[in-house]
Design a binder for this molecule. Structure first.
Ligand code: NAP
Length: 309
């Protein structure tokens, strides 16, 4: 089968198309024929060696940790899904990913794909969707009527976060640049702040939750907008723990997990037309390196999907 793999860490040029054997599922795994995958910053961070020592990154490695496809075969112990099921999910980032024609995934990491969208749309969902869901609801404890500030609201994670927070009944404020302002309002944001020309900390106060996907200076400045007892949840490194403690603000970083019950809830929201995955560009599997270059520039609106079939 065709697979986009790396044998060493480095720039986009280390990503190569290869012909490798179709993997065989273990007793608790499914073999999935991949219809589409999508790009996430974790792909190029792993490719660049950025996660060496943080979690296992075995070489050679097939990249791509979003999948939408059809179950081809299941291991002896798998009862939750069967051959022919259309599934989607975020495979384990410490194992071979889905920039390939087939992938083996633990069956308990897959959910049934939303029925009303195609594989290209479904492949945009799992990693970014689960990250937004867990950041807002599991770690952020967001409730209806609360005020949430979502940074990089136009990004892969942010576009899901805006829609989930709105669905929950929160007052949603997003940061992005001028070109995405109208788009974010249409997506559901109540207020949009242009990070290039406005200072969010001068405009906001008494925010219940900041959902941060940027870190650094943005994370530090975010403390000023939070109410006493507020929460700052970050998908990157928590850098303001001491300062936050002094101001009675809870700061937490996390690594998103693959939770099928959440994939099911998200699929329902997509099938009901409440949440619409935002697709920036659809590219071919063989264009994975080019797609990663675009993602690395940091200005994608929504997701880049890689079409495999
Ligand atoms: N911990 C986890 O489990 C986990 C999971 C998923 C992602 N992450 C991490 O979370 C981060 C975000 O991921 P992503 O997929 O959402 O990224 P992304 O899609 O690449 O984000 C791109 C978006 O960020 C916006 N942006 C850039 N600089 C900004 C700024 N200073 N203020 C506001 N918006 C800004 C851009 O808008 P403009 O074009 O308008 O500039 C663009 O729309 C990454 O570092 C990723 O590795 C972690």
């Amino acid at each position: 089968m065709k697979a986009m793999r790396i044998h060493e860490f480095g720039g986009p040029e280390v990503l190569k198309m290869e012909d490798i054997p179709v993997p065989q599922p273990a007793a608790d795994e499914a073999l999935v024929k991949v219809y589409a995958s999508s790009i996430n910053p974790v792909d190029w961070k792993i490719r660049g060696g950025g996660y060496k020592g943080k979690f296992p990154t075995p070489l050679p490695l097939t990249l791509g940790w979003d999948v939408s496809g059809v179950v081809e075969q299941v291991g002896a112990d798998v009862k939750s899904i069967k051959p022919g099921d259309a599934v989607y999910g975020r495979p384990d980032v410490t194992r071979n990913g889905a920039f390939a024609e087939y992938i083996v995934v633990k069956a308990d990491q897959l959910g049934l794909k939303p029925q009303n969208v195609d594989h290209i749309t479904a492949a945009a969902i799992p990693l970014a969707g689960l990250t937004a869901w867990q950041g807002l609801f599991d770690h952020g404890q967001l409730q209806a009527g609360q005020k949430v500030l979502i940074h990089a609201a136009s990004g892969g994670v942010g576009t899901f976060a805006v829609q989930f927070a709105k669905w929950k009944g929160a007052f949603v404020i997003g940061t992005t640049s001028e070109k995405n302002k109208t788009f974010l309002k249409e997506l559901g944001a109540d207020e949009v702040i242009d990070y290039k020309h406005e200072k969010f900390e001068e405009q906001l106060k008494n925010v219940d939750l900041v959902f941060d996907t940027l870190g650094g200076d943005t994370q530090r400045r975010s403390l000023a907008v939070l109410k006493n007892g507020g929460r700052l949840i970050t998908t990157v490194k928590p850098e303001v723990l001491e300062e936050a403690k002094e101001r009675n603000i809870h700061v937490e970083g996390y690594m998103a997990q693959s939770i099928p019950a959440q994939l099911k809830q998200i699929a329902q929201l997509v099938d009901d037309g409440i949440v619409k995955p935002v697709i920036y560009k659809v590219m071919k599997l063989e264009e994975a390196a080019e797609a990663q270059k675009i993602s690395e520039e940091g200005h994608v609106r929504g997701k880049i999907v890689l079409q495999v079939v």
